[in-house]
Design a protein around this ligand. Structure first.
Ligand code: SF4
Ligand code: SF4
Length: 157
């Protein structure tokens, strides 16, 4: 799933609490939460920012234009090729080491799987890999390694 560089952000002032945005969201990440203001109960939409795709479908349904798309604080890196997309997905899922060191019969590869998996799972490494610049260099290095291997992207040890 590729997200856009935007994220849904409802404006509480303009929102009338109709809930149309929540019904329209294709991945159901908007929850209508009841709130009491001035003795009246009103529902307001709360967007789960961890899952919002920034597709804008919710905003199209909002008549008072209270549901807006705002720029994400962190730019999303869009993979240009299937290879890059696969590497990024594996990085996000923490399974890259299984793809690189894929041989079930090699003791060295088993060792490397564990080592690289532990390294990639370290919080500072994860944080660093969130940066676009580092991800781009990492993907280029991966592509170079695969080209040198010239056969899929399994590294033979
Ligand atoms: S569609 Fe607009 S007005 Fe209705 S709940 Fe969503 S943000 Fe509020
Ligand atoms: S931008 Fe898309 S994914 Fe995000 S809340 Fe709106 S409809 Fe849902």
């Amino acid at each position: 799933m590729v997200t856009s560089n935007y994220i849904a952000a409802p404006d509480d002032e303009d929102c009338v609490g109709c809930g149309l945005c929540a019904k329209a969201c294709p991945i159901e990440v908007i929850e209508m939460v009841a709130e009491r203001t001035d003795g009246k109960e009103k529902k307001r939409p709360v967007v789960d920012r961890a899952f919002c795709l920034g597709c804008g479908v919710c905003g199209l349904k909002c008549k008072p234009r209270a549901m807006r798309l705002v720029k994400r604080e962190q730019r999303v890196l869009h993979p240009e090729t299937t290879f890059r997309r696969t590497v990024l997905q594996c990085l996000d899922r923490g399974t890259l080491q299984n793809q690189i060191f894929a041989s079930p019969h090699s003791g060295t590869q088993r060792f490397m799987r564990t080592l690289v998996g532990a390294f990639l799972g370290l919080p500072p490494v994860k944080r660093a890999l969130m940066s676009d610049a580092l991800r781009s260099s990492f993907l280029k290095a991966m592509e170079g390694a695969v080209r040198r291997q010239g056969q899929g992207w399994v590294v033979d040890l």
